[in-house]
Design a protein around this ligand. Structure first.
Ligand code: C2E
Ligand code: MG
Ligand code: MG
Length: 578
């Protein structure tokens, strides 16, 4: 399927011409005409010509072919070259005294003619140059519109072809489809990049066959994401089947590479092509991680989400200006003693939207992570939090460290370290008072870069908590080399352990293993006394959750600070009166 790319190799600054000519005199004439501009290689028979083409195809710019040859004829050489997809794009000019052969040669794929006896040298040179340039332009176009690895269209060209497709299929209902490999990174890690590339090429090949069969077009967008545009169908189960590939997996035998698919059926053609595929992508994301239902369809509820998303993005700048984002604080308790002791808090943002009321971060954080607005929002939350830590220090004469969430996107910001240090400095804090929560999935996504950045922050003294541990795909063994100061067990993970047929063995093993690496554990989302009791018995160090408190506005949170101060106050009183 994938044609070999021809490089425009130029030898010693000259393009190479293959002259297929048995007559010495004609060889000499052509050499004299061409030598200044081209490097000329001569083949005296058709067999030689085929041999040279097959071994030097990539460096040849053009073939000049005499029709009267000993052995196989020039016509036969032409037919063989044009029949082989590997060489078919190499341009051929036929040289002949027989004007009757013209039609046959053109039908076979020759591009032009040079009559014999030869015309003026400048005419010959002009014809050759024009042919070579035309062919190179075509190859450059091919090169730029195709993805190098798979030979499929790239996104830009695909979008153009989709528009053309619409012009030719005006009244045909059409589907926009996105499909994507589940955990492609893990596949790359597990099998290596070469295997990963091979898997991508296999899927591309399947996709290209499917596109041919269903009368559609296909492209590769992101490394592991493909897009298909085709007349409406209702057999996507079998389409998905045909796309998927199986790979050998050493001792485990065969392993099916799992794909997920999003279908925006009967796409609205008045929408931008990009928007149509955004919808298909939204449908694909809705089935992320769903192994039983790998195909998602764009529907009305997604439309509502989309409208809401557009509104939130529009409203963001004014919301930030008008301080509609409010930081709430949820306490974390140290449970290693007989009585739980307040140890720190987590800053959690809420949006007091003038029309929508209180909007939860679960709605807008993922959205702002997609379009980068998260960087501005997080910076705002960190600044607010820094100022709050300072005020508590001043008002209560006590340090309450607070953790802030650092999004994956923030870790790619080259200004991150300075932003954080400035907040610490401006508020006269100790770096250890502004704790950073980094979600586990950030580590697995681009481990090396992220690990480096986190290490740097840690060397500056920041404490790092790994958030949502257990939700991603990192393994516990990562704990031995990841730069972290505490592990926050994912809420879902705790919920599962205490669900219905309660099974806390995994939870216990994790806490114990973290302990063996001397990494303290924090359990979040803890709601019941039973959970607190069990977690404590397992050796969990800190607990955060509704059992102790929901996230609260700063002033309401202060009761925990006062409570913590109380024993000291009493002690002070005793000292003073005693
Ligand atoms: P997270 O960082 O894992 O935060 C914990 C979430 O669990 C919070 O949800 C919290 O309110 C909730 N939670 C705490 N205890 C319990 C409990 O006992 N039961 C239940 N059911 N839930 C509990 P929230 O505030 O809705 O935040 C959701 C997520 O949004 C956070 O998850 C965090 O990933 C993100 N987020 C919140 N604020 C920020 C922020 O300022 N910046 C960034 N980048 N992300 C934020
Ligand atoms: Mg968090
Ligand atoms: Mg969490």
């Amino acid at each position: 399927m994938v044609n070999k790319e021809r490089d425009f190799n130029v030898s010693g600054g000259k393009r190479r011409v293959l002259l297929v000519e048995d007559e010495i005199v004609n060889q000499e004439i052509m050499r004299t005409i061409l030598n200044d501009t081209y490097e000329v290689i001569v083949a005296e028979t058709g067999e030689d010509a085929i041999k040279i083409v097959s071994s030097q195809y990539e460096t040849l710019s053009i073939v000049l072919l005499d029709l009267n040859l000993p052995g196989i004829s020039g016509i036969e050489v032409l037919r063989r070259l044009k029949d082989d997809p590997t060489y078919s794009r190499l341009p051929v000019i036929v040289m002949t005294a027989d004007s009757d052969a013209e039609v046959e040669c053109l039908t076979l794929g020759a591009i032009d003619f040079i009559p014999k006896p030869y015309p003026q040298p400048k005419v010959i040179l002009a014809r050759i140059l024009r042919t070579v340039e035309l062919s190179e332009d075509r190859d450059i176009l091919r090169f730029t519109e195709r993805d190098r690895l798979t030979g499929l269209y790239n996104k830009e060209f695909f979008y153009r072809y989709v528009s053309q497709f619409d012009l030719y299929h005006k009244d045909v209902p059409t589907d926009a489809i996105v499909f994507d490999i589940n955990h492609f990174r893990t596949i790359n890690d597990r099998y290596g990049k070469t295997r990963g590339d091979e898997i991508l090429r296999n899927i591309a090949e399947n996709a290209s066959n499917v596109a041919d069969d269903v009368g559609g077009i296909v492209c590769r967008n992101e490394p592991d994401e493909f897009m298909l545009y085709c007349p409406r169908r209702n057999d996507y189960d079998s389409v998905l089947d045909r796309l998927s590939v199986v790979t050998e997996d050493g001792e485990n035998g065969e392993n099916r590479i799992r794909l997920r698919m999003g279908v925006y059926s009967d796409a609205d053609k008045t929408l931008d092509v990009e928007r149509r595929f955004d919808r298909a992508k939204m449908a694909a994301d809705a089935v992320r991680g769903n192994l039983t239902e790998p195909i998602g369809f764009y529907d009305n509820s997604m439309r509502e989400t989309e409208v809401l998303a557009a509104q939130l993005i529009d409203d963001f700048p004014s919301a930030l200006r008008e301080k509609q984002f409010v930081v709430f604080y949820q306490p974390k308790f140290d449970v290693r003693y007989s009585e739980p002791v307040l140890s720190s808090a987590e800053a959690l943002v809420r949006w007091k939207h003038p029309k929508l009321g209180m909007v939860s971060p679960g709605v807008f954080i993922p959205l702002f992570e997609q379009n980068g607005l998260i960087q501005q929002l997080d910076h705002y939350v960190w600044s607010e939090t820094g100022a709050q830590i300072r005020r508590w220090k001043e008002n209560f004469n006590m340090s309450v460290p607070v953790s802030v969430n650092v999004s994956r996107v923030d870790l790619y910001d080259s200004g991150l370290v300075n932003k954080l240090l400035n907040i610490v400095k401006e508020n006269g804090l100790n770096v250890r008072e502004l704790i950073l929560e980094v979600t586990e999935s950030a580590y697995t996504e681009n481990s090396e870069k992220i690990v480096e950045k986190v290490k740097q922050l840690r060397e500056l003294g920041f404490l790092i908590e790994m958030d949502d541990f257990g939700s991603g795909y990192s393994s516990l063994s990562m704990l031995s080399y990841l730069p972290i100061d505490a592990l926050k067990l994912d809420m879902q993970f705790i919920r599962n352990a205490f669900n219905g047929n309660k099974d806390t063995r995994l939870l216990e093993a994790m806490i114990r293993l973290a302990g063996s690496f001397e990494v303290p554990t924090i359990a979040e989302g803890v709601e019941t006394e039973e959970q607190v009791f069990t977690l404590k018995a397992m050796g969990c160090d800190f607990i955060q959750g509704y059992y102790f408190s929901r996230p609260l506005p700063a002033n309401e949170f202060e009761r925990f600070i006062e409570e913590k101060k109380a024993p000291f106050n009493r002690l002070e009183n005793v000292r003073q009166t005693g």
